[in-house]
Design a binder for this molecule. Structure first.
Ligand code: DHB
Ligand code: FE
Length: 279
Protein backbone atom coordinates (compact mmCIF):
# COMPACT_ATOMS: atom_id res chain seq x y z
CA UNK A 1 0.00 0.00 0.00
CA UNK A 2 1.06 3.61 -0.47
CA UNK A 3 2.23 5.31 2.71
CA UNK A 4 2.55 8.98 3.64
CA UNK A 5 6.11 9.37 4.90
CA UNK A 6 5.69 12.98 5.97
CA UNK A 7 4.39 16.45 5.26
CA UNK A 8 6.26 19.63 4.42
CA UNK A 9 5.00 23.22 4.40
CA UNK A 10 7.05 25.95 2.76
CA UNK A 11 6.58 29.43 1.35
CA UNK A 12 6.72 29.69 -2.47
CA UNK A 13 7.80 33.29 -3.15
CA UNK A 14 9.02 33.90 -6.77
CA UNK A 15 12.05 35.89 -5.52
CA UNK A 16 13.36 32.61 -4.04
CA UNK A 17 13.33 31.10 -7.55
CA UNK A 18 15.30 34.10 -8.79
CA UNK A 19 17.82 33.79 -5.97
CA UNK A 20 18.32 30.09 -6.85
CA UNK A 21 18.69 30.88 -10.57
CA UNK A 22 21.34 33.51 -9.76
CA UNK A 23 23.15 31.43 -7.10
CA UNK A 24 22.50 33.94 -4.29
CA UNK A 25 22.02 31.36 -1.51
CA UNK A 26 24.97 32.71 0.53
CA UNK A 27 24.19 36.38 -0.04
CA UNK A 28 23.63 38.13 3.37
CA UNK A 29 19.98 38.81 2.53
CA UNK A 30 19.31 35.20 1.52
CA UNK A 31 21.55 33.13 3.80
CA UNK A 32 19.21 33.24 6.85
CA UNK A 33 16.43 31.91 4.63
CA UNK A 34 18.30 29.22 2.66
CA UNK A 35 20.19 27.89 5.69
CA UNK A 36 16.93 26.40 7.01
CA UNK A 37 16.47 23.96 4.10
CA UNK A 38 19.40 21.48 4.29
CA UNK A 39 17.86 19.48 7.20
CA UNK A 40 14.69 18.95 5.14
CA UNK A 41 16.71 17.97 2.06
CA UNK A 42 18.70 15.51 4.19
CA UNK A 43 15.44 14.02 5.45
CA UNK A 44 14.21 13.66 1.83
CA UNK A 45 17.49 12.00 0.79
CA UNK A 46 17.04 9.52 3.64
CA UNK A 47 13.31 8.83 3.18
CA UNK A 48 13.39 8.95 -0.65
CA UNK A 49 9.71 9.58 -1.45
CA UNK A 50 8.55 8.24 -4.83
CA UNK A 51 5.82 10.85 -5.20
CA UNK A 52 5.23 14.41 -3.97
CA UNK A 53 1.58 15.44 -3.71
CA UNK A 54 1.88 19.20 -4.23
CA UNK A 55 -0.92 21.21 -2.59
CA UNK A 56 -0.53 24.73 -3.94
CA UNK A 57 -2.46 27.68 -5.32
CA UNK A 58 -2.25 28.64 -8.97
CA UNK A 59 -1.78 32.43 -9.35
CA UNK A 60 -3.29 32.85 -12.82
CA UNK A 61 -1.02 30.70 -14.99
CA UNK A 62 -3.27 27.68 -15.49
CA UNK A 63 -6.63 29.05 -14.27
CA UNK A 64 -7.83 32.61 -14.66
CA UNK A 65 -10.85 34.58 -13.50
CA UNK A 66 -12.97 33.25 -16.38
CA UNK A 67 -12.73 29.65 -15.07
CA UNK A 68 -11.73 29.06 -11.48
CA UNK A 69 -12.14 25.62 -9.93
CA UNK A 70 -12.18 25.48 -6.13
CA UNK A 71 -10.17 22.24 -6.06
CA UNK A 72 -8.34 20.91 -9.15
CA UNK A 73 -6.09 17.86 -9.41
CA UNK A 74 -3.66 17.08 -12.21
CA UNK A 75 -3.85 13.68 -13.91
CA UNK A 76 -1.17 14.15 -16.55
CA UNK A 77 2.02 12.26 -17.38
CA UNK A 78 3.93 15.53 -17.05
CA UNK A 79 3.37 19.16 -16.10
CA UNK A 80 4.84 22.08 -17.98
CA UNK A 81 6.06 25.29 -16.38
CA UNK A 82 5.69 28.62 -18.24
CA UNK A 83 6.68 32.26 -17.88
CA UNK A 84 4.45 34.13 -15.40
CA UNK A 85 6.28 37.44 -15.79
CA UNK A 86 8.44 37.16 -12.64
CA UNK A 87 11.66 36.86 -14.70
CA UNK A 88 12.18 33.26 -13.60
CA UNK A 89 13.76 30.79 -16.03
CA UNK A 90 11.14 28.40 -17.43
CA UNK A 91 11.94 24.99 -15.97
CA UNK A 92 11.79 21.57 -17.67
CA UNK A 93 8.56 19.55 -17.24
CA UNK A 94 7.76 17.68 -14.01
CA UNK A 95 6.87 13.97 -14.20
CA UNK A 96 3.36 13.03 -13.05
CA UNK A 97 1.81 9.78 -11.82
CA UNK A 98 -1.52 9.54 -13.68
CA UNK A 99 -2.57 6.25 -12.03
CA UNK A 100 -2.16 7.68 -8.53
CA UNK A 101 -3.82 10.95 -9.63
CA UNK A 102 -6.91 9.13 -10.91
CA UNK A 103 -7.11 7.01 -7.77
CA UNK A 104 -7.03 10.18 -5.62
CA UNK A 105 -9.62 11.93 -7.82
CA UNK A 106 -11.97 8.92 -7.70
CA UNK A 107 -11.66 8.55 -3.93
CA UNK A 108 -12.21 12.27 -3.30
CA UNK A 109 -15.26 12.43 -5.57
CA UNK A 110 -16.64 9.32 -3.83
CA UNK A 111 -16.21 11.22 -0.57
CA UNK A 112 -18.28 14.05 -2.12
CA UNK A 113 -15.47 16.52 -2.84
CA UNK A 114 -16.25 17.95 -6.29
CA UNK A 115 -12.86 17.89 -7.97
CA UNK A 116 -11.90 19.35 -11.36
CA UNK A 117 -9.67 16.74 -13.03
CA UNK A 118 -6.98 18.16 -15.33
CA UNK A 119 -5.27 16.00 -17.94
CA UNK A 120 -3.27 19.06 -18.89
CA UNK A 121 -2.04 21.52 -16.30
CA UNK A 122 0.67 24.17 -16.27
CA UNK A 123 2.36 24.64 -12.91
CA UNK A 124 3.45 28.03 -11.57
CA UNK A 125 5.99 29.28 -8.99
CA UNK A 126 3.91 27.87 -6.10
CA UNK A 127 4.78 24.41 -7.43
CA UNK A 128 8.22 24.98 -8.99
CA UNK A 129 9.90 27.06 -6.24
CA UNK A 130 9.29 24.50 -3.43
CA UNK A 131 10.57 21.71 -5.70
CA UNK A 132 13.69 23.74 -6.52
CA UNK A 133 14.26 24.28 -2.77
CA UNK A 134 13.75 20.64 -1.80
CA UNK A 135 15.06 18.70 -4.82
CA UNK A 136 17.74 21.05 -6.19
CA UNK A 137 19.29 20.77 -9.63
CA UNK A 138 18.99 17.45 -11.37
CA UNK A 139 17.87 15.50 -8.28
CA UNK A 140 14.20 16.06 -8.99
CA UNK A 141 13.23 12.60 -10.17
CA UNK A 142 10.29 12.57 -7.76
CA UNK A 143 6.90 12.11 -9.49
CA UNK A 144 4.24 14.71 -8.71
CA UNK A 145 0.48 15.04 -8.23
CA UNK A 146 -0.58 18.73 -8.32
CA UNK A 147 -3.55 19.67 -6.11
CA UNK A 148 -4.55 23.28 -6.78
CA UNK A 149 -6.74 25.21 -4.32
CA UNK A 150 -8.36 28.49 -5.34
CA UNK A 151 -7.02 31.55 -3.50
CA UNK A 152 -7.44 33.96 -6.43
CA UNK A 153 -11.16 34.43 -7.03
CA UNK A 154 -13.51 34.73 -4.04
CA UNK A 155 -15.37 32.83 -2.66
CA UNK A 156 -12.44 30.69 -1.46
CA UNK A 157 -12.92 27.32 0.26
CA UNK A 158 -13.12 27.60 4.06
CA UNK A 159 -10.16 26.55 6.23
CA UNK A 160 -12.38 23.78 7.64
CA UNK A 161 -13.19 22.47 4.14
CA UNK A 162 -9.48 22.47 3.28
CA UNK A 163 -8.62 20.48 6.40
CA UNK A 164 -11.40 17.96 5.58
CA UNK A 165 -10.09 17.72 2.00
CA UNK A 166 -6.67 16.91 3.43
CA UNK A 167 -8.14 14.16 5.62
CA UNK A 168 -9.85 12.62 2.56
CA UNK A 169 -6.61 13.01 0.59
CA UNK A 170 -4.77 11.10 3.33
CA UNK A 171 -7.35 8.27 3.16
CA UNK A 172 -7.11 8.22 -0.66
CA UNK A 173 -3.31 7.93 -0.61
CA UNK A 174 -3.47 5.27 2.12
CA UNK A 175 -5.84 3.12 0.03
CA UNK A 176 -3.65 3.09 -3.09
CA UNK A 177 -2.54 -0.53 -3.64
CA UNK A 178 0.98 0.15 -4.97
CA UNK A 179 3.85 0.31 -2.45
CA UNK A 180 4.76 3.98 -2.74
CA UNK A 181 6.35 6.43 -0.34
CA UNK A 182 4.41 9.70 -0.62
CA UNK A 183 5.31 13.11 0.79
CA UNK A 184 2.57 15.75 0.95
CA UNK A 185 3.58 19.40 0.47
CA UNK A 186 1.54 22.48 1.29
CA UNK A 187 3.00 25.63 -0.29
CA UNK A 188 2.35 29.33 0.38
CA UNK A 189 2.11 31.67 3.36
CA UNK A 190 2.79 32.70 5.90
CA UNK A 191 1.41 36.24 6.41
CA UNK A 192 1.67 38.58 3.44
CA UNK A 193 -0.32 41.13 1.50
CA UNK A 194 0.90 42.24 -1.92
CA UNK A 195 -1.70 44.86 -2.81
CA UNK A 196 -4.02 47.55 -1.46
CA UNK A 197 -3.71 49.80 1.58
CA UNK A 198 -2.10 47.09 3.72
CA UNK A 199 0.54 46.05 1.15
CA UNK A 200 3.55 44.78 3.11
CA UNK A 201 1.40 43.63 6.05
CA UNK A 202 3.02 40.87 8.16
CA UNK A 203 1.68 39.43 11.45
CA UNK A 204 4.45 37.58 13.29
CA UNK A 205 2.32 36.74 16.35
CA UNK A 206 -0.34 35.10 14.20
CA UNK A 207 2.25 33.24 12.09
CA UNK A 208 3.92 31.79 15.19
CA UNK A 209 0.53 30.76 16.53
CA UNK A 210 -0.23 29.04 13.20
CA UNK A 211 3.11 27.20 13.22
CA UNK A 212 2.29 25.93 16.71
CA UNK A 213 -1.35 25.03 15.96
CA UNK A 214 -0.60 23.30 12.64
CA UNK A 215 1.55 20.82 14.54
CA UNK A 216 -0.50 20.13 17.67
CA UNK A 217 -4.00 21.55 17.25
CA UNK A 218 -4.90 22.03 13.56
CA UNK A 219 -8.63 21.83 14.36
CA UNK A 220 -8.24 25.21 16.13
CA UNK A 221 -7.29 26.81 12.79
CA UNK A 222 -10.40 25.37 11.10
CA UNK A 223 -12.54 27.72 13.25
CA UNK A 224 -11.32 30.74 11.28
CA UNK A 225 -13.26 32.06 8.28
CA UNK A 226 -11.46 33.17 5.11
CA UNK A 227 -12.17 36.76 6.12
CA UNK A 228 -10.58 36.15 9.54
CA UNK A 229 -7.47 34.92 7.68
CA UNK A 230 -7.44 37.95 5.37
CA UNK A 231 -7.62 40.22 8.43
CA UNK A 232 -5.02 38.30 10.46
CA UNK A 233 -2.59 37.13 7.74
CA UNK A 234 -3.20 39.48 4.79
CA UNK A 235 -4.97 38.98 1.46
CA UNK A 236 -2.31 36.50 0.26
CA UNK A 237 -1.72 35.10 3.74
CA UNK A 238 -4.87 33.03 3.13
CA UNK A 239 -2.45 30.62 1.44
CA UNK A 240 -2.33 29.12 4.93
CA UNK A 241 -5.24 26.94 3.75
CA UNK A 242 -2.69 24.90 1.73
CA UNK A 243 -0.93 24.09 5.00
CA UNK A 244 -4.26 22.89 6.41
CA UNK A 245 -4.81 20.51 3.47
CA UNK A 246 -1.31 19.06 4.04
CA UNK A 247 -1.90 18.72 7.79
CA UNK A 248 -5.26 17.01 7.25
CA UNK A 249 -3.54 14.28 5.22
CA UNK A 250 -1.29 13.37 8.18
CA UNK A 251 -2.29 11.43 11.29
CA UNK A 252 -3.93 13.13 14.28
CA UNK A 253 -0.65 13.07 16.20
CA UNK A 254 2.53 14.10 14.40
CA UNK A 255 6.17 14.56 15.24
CA UNK A 256 7.81 17.85 14.28
CA UNK A 257 11.15 17.13 12.60
CA UNK A 258 12.06 20.68 11.56
CA UNK A 259 10.64 24.21 11.86
CA UNK A 260 11.88 27.62 10.70
CA UNK A 261 10.43 31.13 10.47
CA UNK A 262 12.09 34.13 8.83
CA UNK A 263 10.96 37.71 8.05
CA UNK A 264 11.04 38.88 5.32
CA UNK A 265 11.59 37.30 1.96
CA UNK A 266 10.27 39.86 -0.52
CA UNK A 267 6.92 40.86 1.08
CA UNK A 268 6.36 37.62 2.94
CA UNK A 269 7.04 35.95 6.28
CA UNK A 270 8.68 32.68 5.22
CA UNK A 271 7.73 29.51 7.10
CA UNK A 272 9.09 25.98 6.86
CA UNK A 273 7.79 22.89 8.65
CA UNK A 274 8.56 19.18 8.32
CA UNK A 275 6.26 16.70 10.08
CA UNK A 276 6.15 12.92 10.33
CA UNK A 277 3.16 10.83 11.35
CA UNK A 278 3.54 9.81 15.01
CA UNK A 279 4.11 6.08 15.45
C1 DHB B 1 5.19 36.99 -3.14
C2 DHB B 1 4.58 36.02 -2.34
C3 DHB B 1 3.72 35.07 -2.92
O1 DHB B 1 3.06 34.11 -2.21
C4 DHB B 1 3.49 35.08 -4.28
O2 DHB B 1 2.69 34.12 -4.79
C5 DHB B 1 4.08 36.05 -5.07
C6 DHB B 1 4.93 37.01 -4.51
C7 DHB B 1 6.12 38.00 -2.55
O3 DHB B 1 6.24 38.13 -1.32
O4 DHB B 1 6.80 38.70 -3.34
FE1 FE C 1 1.58 33.01 -3.50
Amino acid sequence: MARIVGGICTSHIPAIGNAIARGLQNDPYWQPFFQSYPPVREWLERVKPDVAVMVYNDHGLNFFLDKMPTFAIGAAAEYQNADEGWGLPTLPPYPGDPALSWHIIEQLVNEEFDITSCQEMRVDHAFTVPIALLWPGTQRRVRTVPVAVNTVQHPLPTPNRCFRLGQALGRAIGSYPEDLRVVVLGTGGLSHQLDGERAGFINKDFDLECLEKIVNDPEALTKYTIHDLVRLAGTQGVELIMWLVMRGALSTRVRQVHRHYHIPVSNTAAGLLLLENAA
